[in-house]
Structure formats: C-alpha cells, structure tokens
Design a protein around this ligand. Sequence first.
Ligand code: ASP
Length: 344
Amino acid sequence: MSDHSLSRRTFLGAAGSAVAAASAAPSDLLAAPYVRRSHPSHPVVIASSNGIRGVARAVELVLRGGDTLDAAVEGVKIQELDPSDTSVGYGGLPNEEGVVQLDASCMHGPSKRAGAVGALEGIKTPSEIARLVLKYTNHIMLVGKDAQRFAMSYGFQVEDLLTPQSRETWLRWRANRGPDDDWLPPEGNTPMGVRQTGTINMNVVAPNGDISSVTTTSGLAWKIPGRVGDSPIIGAGQYTDNDIGAAGSTGRGESNIMVCGGFLTVEHMRQGMHPKDAALATLRRVVAMTPPRLLDERGRPKFQLNFYAVNKKGEYGGAAITRSNFAVADERGARIEDTAVLYE
Ligand code: ASP
C-alpha cells in the first residue's frame, strides 16, 4: 500500500504548489490529517468478546500476509460453526416460530466492496455467503430463500441449524409466552429470564494498513419471522473505509440502524477522533435518537449496544452503553479488554 503523506509530499515537490493545491483539495477535505502517517500500521484485530478465538486466528493470518477480509471471515467462522455459541450460525437461537434466520455483512477496504445476506436459513456460515455476494455479484445484499439458493449454487448444503440445546431453549420460551396462550408449561419448567441476544463483529487491520470488517448473527432470539437487524446493513452492523478505519456493532440492532452506527463511527474517526471516542460519540447519538418507551426514568436506554472501532494506524477501542468488554489480538497475543462506557 502506498503511503499517502509520502506520495503527496513528492507530488508537491515535483508539480509546484498551485497545481498541487487544486488537485489535492478534494482529498484534503475527505482525509483526516490524523491518519496520515510515515510509519506502517500496527496490525490488530478486534471483535465482540465471543470472538476471542477468532481474533487470534485472524491476526495470525494477516501477520502471515493474508487478506484482511479472508482473515475476518476465518475468524468469525469459528463462532458460526460452534454449536455452543447461541448467537450466530449453527446453534443460533431461532425466531418465534423456531426457524433460525441468519444475517451477515462484510466490507473489503482495499477493493471498496461490500456484501450482505439477510434472513438466510439453513446455511451455517452466512459470513461466507456475504463474501460471495461481495466477490461474485454486482449487488450488495441478497435475502431469504433467494440468498439460500445463491449459497446452494456454490455448493453449500442446507442443514437444520437448530441444535438440541437451541431447540430446547426455544421450546421453553414458547411454553412460557404468556398467560393467555395455549402452550402449557411443563411441570418444573423454569421461565426464561432476560431475552438472549448476541452477534460477532470483527475488524481487521493488516501490517500494510489494509482494513476489512465482518458482522454475523442469528439476530434477536424469538424475533418476528423476517425481521432483519443491523448486522447485514452496510453502514450499521459494520463499515470500512480503507483510508480511515472500520467499525461494527453488537446489541440492539434497531437502535443502531437509527444512527447508521458503523458509518457514523468511521466518520467520527475521519474527523480525527480516537476509535474509542468515536464509538462513544456514536452512542451519544443513539441515546438522542431513542424513543421514550426505551428509556428509563433517568433518560438512559433500557438496552445494551456496543461499538468496536479500529483506525488505519491500528489504534482501537470499544464503547458500550453499560459495562462490557471486547476481544483484541495483535503481536502481543489475544486478550479481553474493557470497553469505555456511556454510563457506569
Ligand atoms: N445486533 C443484533 C441484531 O439486532 C443482535 C445482537 O447483537 O445481540 O440482530
């Protein structure tokens, strides 16, 4: 990758200031001085905390010269294929009818391309299908049955994504839906407490400064069939600008969609904010856009939302409405770090 500050200096010297001023003006407006640099990027991978094994795998791949998007997909696939992670892929919790519907999206910084799938059924690794949309089509998002047929055309098998554990959890929820329904809770049945959510977002910076991001999820447990959250929405669930950085999200998707949080966080970094401050600024916008029914008596959101961000230098940060953490891996290995919080 070429170094922007170096190539611009060379150009100024060679072409004279009048021409340079005219030619460089548009990029001056778009590029943050903050990301101009004369040293290579610090390679780093960050993810939601369930991606602790994934960040280790992804950083290993980019340190060996692998592509940033391929590294991110290999990283998130560990969770998609893990039956014990009930927030993504195989074993993800289903919608209210017991059907697992998966959402995923990705962006590849160097090629400026994006791909996504929404409400995809029967395929364990939606991140791979989002990457196929990115690589082999002129489109960005495919949904539902047609996304499944698209996956099958590349040889993917349609499988039952419910595990015995996720089916049981769903049956337990259904048996306790409400006092007026016709489902009888079995004896000794414990009603489910808090509604379960989860997702994996991963953002990768390579040693040469290339950047990619992926988000994949089974969405909100017990969602209305056909509900698509923020994860497959380019600019909400994740966003990459190879000149600036990448950002993604987990938590209440509807609240993220309202602020286009992935995009907004990258725009905050473009203005010079550190990734952590960029994520916090996005959360403040989320609060401002939250309807009263979702705020408590102190005006604070009743839900959780996390943003994770990296810039081109390899600086990173995470922020959440309340206490949370995230996974990080670089040359020092993989670890869990606390996010910044909007409210203690
Ligand atoms: N953001 C996901 C969605 O709304 C859910 C989650 O991350 O918990 O579909």
